[in-house]
Design a protein. Structure first.
Length: 429
C-alpha cells in the first residue's frame, strides 16, 4: 500500500482484537479498505499484517487512559471512527468516540445494552415484547419474584454476556440450588454490582435466534440470523448455530418491526448490534441486546452464507458511512463446539483423518483448541473456555451441514485422565 493509497482510506481505531481464531477474519476484511490503528495491551503479533500502527497500553479497560492516547493520535492523524467487538470494552470505546466527536459516542446507550436490568427498563417503557423481569439481590427476593412471575424462571447475572451464569429453575428447590451460581459467576471486565445483581425472569418458551445488524442513522440493517443450539440444561450453553443465507424470517414484518422498535427504545442509532429473541407462541420476545458483533463465529457464518461482510459493515457505521448489506449468495452454514465429557486433564487431541469420511463435501473448518496438559470440564464449569474444538460447515442445505459436522465430530479423538481418579490415561471419544 502506497502512502497515497493510505491517505484515501478512512482511519479507524480498533480497541483490542480478541482471540485470533474467532476474530482474524474481521480484521483481514477491514484492512482492505481502512487504515487501522490498534490499541492493545501487548505488542501486536498476528495483527501486524493488517494494521498500519499500534499503541500498547497498560490497560485497554481503562477508558481515561485510552481517551488520552486517542486524543494524541487524533491530533497527529485524524480518526474517522472507533470500533470494538469485545463486550468488556464497548463502553470504554463509546467514551472514546464521544471524546473525539465520532459516531457511536453515546456511553449511556451502550450501557443500556450492557446492563441487562437497564435494558429491560427501557424496553418495558416502550412496550417492547420481552419476558417479565425482576432485579434482586438475595435468595429471599428471588423466591418472592419467582412466586409472582410463576415457574419456571430464568436466573441471569445483570452484567455478563455469552449466557454465562444463566440457569433455568423449574421450581423453588431448583431456584435455591442455582441462585448462588447466577449471583457469583464472575467474568473479568464484566459489569459488577454489589447489590441487585441478578435478574429473575419469565421463561420464554420457544426456539432461540440471534440477529446481527448494522445500524446507520437510526435504521436497522439486518445482516444475518442464526438459529441457536443450546446444551447442558439447566444451563444455557451455546453449543452451536445454524445460519440460512436466505433466511425467510428476515422478511417477516413482525420480526423486523420488533427489531427496529427495540433499537428505537434503547436510542441505538449508529453501530453494530447482536440481538437475541425467543420465538414464543405469542410472538418474538427479546432476550438481550448487545452493542457489538456476535461471537461464536456467527458473523463469519453470515459472511460465508450471504456474502455480506460484517467487518466492513462494522467499520463503515463506526466511521459514519452507510454499510453495504446486500447479499450475493444464499447458502447454509453451521458451527458446532465440542467439549470434554467430564472433567479431565487432556493428554492428546486431534481430528483423526482416518475416521473422516472420504469426500466430505461442505466441511469448512475443523479446529482443535485444547492443548495437552490442560485441565478442562464440561459446562457449567467449562462454558466457553472449556470448548476443546469447533467445526464449521457450509453447504446447500441445513441437513448437509449437520451431517458434515456430525461426521467430523465423530472423528475428534481425545485422550486424557479423569480429574481426581487413579485410572490410567483413556480415550474419551
Amino acid at each position: 500500500m502506497t502512502e497515497t493509497d493510505g491517505a484515501r482510506r478512512p482511519h479507524l481505531l480498533l480497541i483490542s482484537t480478541g482471540e485470533r481464531l474467532f476474530r482474524e477474519y474481521l480484521l483481514a476484511s477491514i484492512a482492505t479498505r481502512y487504515r487501522v490503528h490498534l490499541f492493545l495491551a501487548a505488542e501486536p503479533d498476528w495483527e501486524n499484517r493488517y494494521i498500519d500502527s499500534a499503541t500498547v497500553l497498560a490497560d485497554t479497560l481503562d477508558a481515561e487512559l485510552m481517551i488520552a492516547a486517542a486524543r494524541e493520535l487524533h491530533q497527529r492523524d485524524p480518526l474517522d471512527g472507533v470500533l470494538c467487538w469485545d463486550e468488556a470494552r464497548i463502553i470504554a470505546t463509546s467514551r472514546i468516540a464521544q471524546a473525539l466527536g465520532l459516531p457511536g459516542g453515546d456511553p449511556d446507550v451502550v450501557l443500556g445494552c450492557r446492563d441487562k436490568h437497564l435494558t429491560r427498563q427501557r424496553l418495558a417503557a416502550a412496550g417492547v415484547g420481552q419476558p417479565r423481569s425482576v432485579v434482586v439481590d438475595t435468595l429471599e427476593q428471588a423466591l418472592a419474584a419467582a412466586g409472582d412471575i410463576g415457574y419456571p424462571v430464568v436466573l441471569k447475572p445483570r452484567g455478563i454476556a455469552a449466557s454465562l451464569g444463566v440457569v433455568l429453575a423449574q421450581d423453588e428447590a431448583e431456584l435455591r440450588e442455582h441462585f448462588r451460581f447466577a449471583r457469583e459467576t464472575f467474568v473479568p471486565g464484566a459489569l459488577f454490582y454489589d447489590d441487585l445483581a441478578v435478574l429473575v425472569e419469565e421463561y420464554a418458551d420457544g426456539p432461540e435466534i440471534s440477529i446481527d445488524s448494522a445500524v446507520f442513522h437510526g435504521k436497522v440493517h439486518p445482516m444475518c440470523l442464526a438459529h441457536k443450539e443450546l446444551g447442558y440444561p439447566p444451563y444455557f450453553e451455546e453449543v452451536g448455530h445454524l445460519v440460512d443465507g436466505a433466511e425467510p424470517m428476515l422478511s417477516d414484518p413482525q420480526l423486523l418491526t420488533a427489531l427496529q422498535q427495540a433499537h428505537d427504545a434503547l436510542g441505538f442509532t449508529d453501530g453494530i448490534t447482536h440481538v437475541e429473541y425467543r420465538l414464543t407462541p405469542s410472538g418474538p420476545k427479546l432476550i438481550e441486546v448487545n452493542a457489538r458483533l456476535g461471537g461464536d463465529l456467527i458473523p463469519y457464518l453470515g459472511m460465508r452464507t450471504t456474502g455480506i461482510d460484517p467487518g466492513l459493515a462494522a467499520a463503515a457505521v463506526a466511521c459514519g458511512r452507510e454499510p453495504e448489506v446486500s447479499a450475493d449468495r444464499a447458502l447454509f452454514g453451521a458451527v458446532r463446539f465440542c467439549y470434554v465429557p467430564y472433567e479431565m486433564t487432556v493428554s492428546a487431541i486431534s481430528f483423526d483423518a482416518g475416521r473422516m469420511p472420504a469426500g466430505l463435501d461442505g466441511l469448512d473448518l475443523a479446529v482443535v483448541r485444547a492443548e495437552p496438559g490442560q485441565r478442562l470440564a464440561p459446562p457449567p464449569g467449562g462454558t466457553v473456555w472449556g470448548r476443546i474444538a469447533y467445526i464449521t460447515a457450509v453447504g446447500e442445505s441445513a441437513e448437509q451441514c449437520r451431517a458434515v459436522i456430525a461426521a467430523a465430530e465423530a472423528a475428534l479423538v481425545v485422550t486424557g485422565t479423569p480429574v481426581d481418579a487413579p485410572a490410567a490415561e483413556q480415550p474419551v471419544s
